[in-house]
Write a protein that binds this ligand. Structure first.
Ligand code: FES
Length: 198
């Protein structure tokens, strides 16, 4: 019994000692680990919101900015481009974007805060290729004689309208994602920040 107790005590000491060593080791190794978990300035910059000056974007043009390593498109849609969304309404698979690929404040006919400026992540919701801009209409677009303008994914042929809504019977299951964004002024938006949605 006595020796059992000794053994137990010994084991307990051993366990405590091991735990203590482990604890110290844990503290020693935890410091660099925590330090490595702190976002670097570069990482912070990569995830930071991005400001876009809309005054530089001519009517009918698109620019691409990088936000969180993703291409984000900003398009200054013409009245004709906006009108084309009525034409594509019955042709797209989720016309009202009920599957929530946009903040609530963009859940409307144009999927945007202001109808003219459309903001979307330029990544196909099928397997992640980047769709090409096909703003030209009709046969000249190379997409089809009745093409009203939009985007074509070169990988497996998904087509999207000018609000990033995917056409029916295409491999992409969802509309393009509209990221959070907000207006800082009439001519400036910030992508990645939305006080309204927060
Ligand atoms: S990745 Fe776009 S259709 Fe497949």
């Amino acid at each position: 019994m006595a020796s059992e107790q000794k053994v137990d005590c010994g084991r307990r000491r051993l366990i405590v000692a091991t735990a203590a060593v482990g604890g110290v080791a844990g503290v020693v190794t935890a410091a660099p680990f925590v330090a490595s978990m702190m976002p670097s300035e570069r990482a912070k910059a990569a995830g930071a919101p991005v400001e876009v000056d809309l005054s530089k974007l001519a009517l009918g043009e698109m620019l691409t900015v990088a936000w969180r390593g993703q291409p984000v498109w900003v398009i200054n849609r013409t009245p004709e481009m906006i009108a084309s969304l009525k034409v594509t309404d019955p042709l797209v698979s989720d016309p009202h974007s009920d599957k929530l690929q946009q903040p609530a404040y963009c859940k409307n006919e144009t999927r945007s805060i202001k109808p003219e400026f459309f903001v979307a992540v330029g990544i196909c919701t099928h397997l992640g290729c980047s769709p090409s801009e096909k703003f030209e209409t009709g046969a000249a677009s190379g997409v089809g004689p009745n093409w009203p303008g939009g985007f074509l994914c070169p990988c497996h042929g998904s087509t999207f309208d000018l609000a990033g809504r995917v056409y029916k019977d295409k491999p992409a299951p969802l509309n393009l994602v509209v990221p959070p964004y907000m207006y800082l002024s009439d001519n400036k938006i910030v992508i990645g920040e939305d006080k309204k949605g927060a």
